[in-house]
Design a protein around this ligand. Sequence first.
Ligand SMILES: Nc1ncnc2c1ncn2[C@@H]1O[C@H](COP(=O)(O)OP(=O)(O)OP(=O)(O)O)[C@@H](O)[C@H]1O
Length: 259
Amino acid sequence: MSEQGKAPGPAEELLRIRGLQVVFDGFRALDGVDLTVGKGELRFLIGPNGAGKTTLIDVITGLTRPAAGSVKFGGVELVGRKEHKIVRLGIGRTFQTSVVFEELTVVENLDLAASFRRPLRSLLRQRRGVDEVVAQALETIGLTELADRPAGVLSHGQRQWLEIGMLLAQRPKLLLLDEPVAGMSRDERERTGRLLTEIAKDHTVIVVEHDMEFLRRYASQVTVLHEGKVLVEGDVAQVSADPRVQEVYLGRSGKEAAA
Ligand SMILES: Nc1ncnc2c1ncn2[C@@H]1O[C@H](COP(=O)(O)OP(=O)(O)OP(=O)(O)O)[C@@H](O)[C@H]1O
């Protein structure tokens, strides 16, 4: 993994969102969101239920079309592009529901995910051995020893790592992860934190997460959404000390913000 591009100073901009508005039946799910994410950032996106986090990810990935605003990725406008074109530009996401094929092995799942980048002729030709990108993804997610086991036998945590590996196999520049540690044990959360830190060395990662303890340990920059707007942005210390953030979280669950 390369450390290049991690020199101090402002990171090169990768994602630039301006004036984003999403309206569902007259309800503004996003109401003028501006967000800039630099290359190599591990950005956390938090906010109470209904704040607009998933909607924001849906707009970036082309699933939801905004009523107004712009989403530029490496200078390229994404609004109006189809989902699969956005994937090909280098944006991968996980969903809250699993996309793993249980009857295929771990390595077959990764291979399938990688295959969409391969030219058709190499798909038709029988290939031997494991692709470099697949082997690397397998190692990064720490599932090399389980490579030939069916994905159906994986634990919840291992399955989440496989999904992240499937994204890596598609060689994205930007990964969008929706609640990657939901339902995980403490040990699995720690492994996931280390995995995300490793991945962020040569990718940009945006994580939607509710787990405040996880956020405090692994986030660098945090953006807090509330009622479709950016409420606060900064590093973990700034954001958790901000009275507006405490108020929003105290309104929902006093323990989370005060802990
Ligand atoms: N397809 C839809 N049609 C109508 N309303 C929607 C739709 N999708 C989302 N909403 C509404 O938009 C608001 C933002 O939802 P969103 O799922 O983006 O919030 P969130 O921050 O991801 O919340 P959570 O933490 O609960 O996942 C909510 O009030 C939700 O009910």
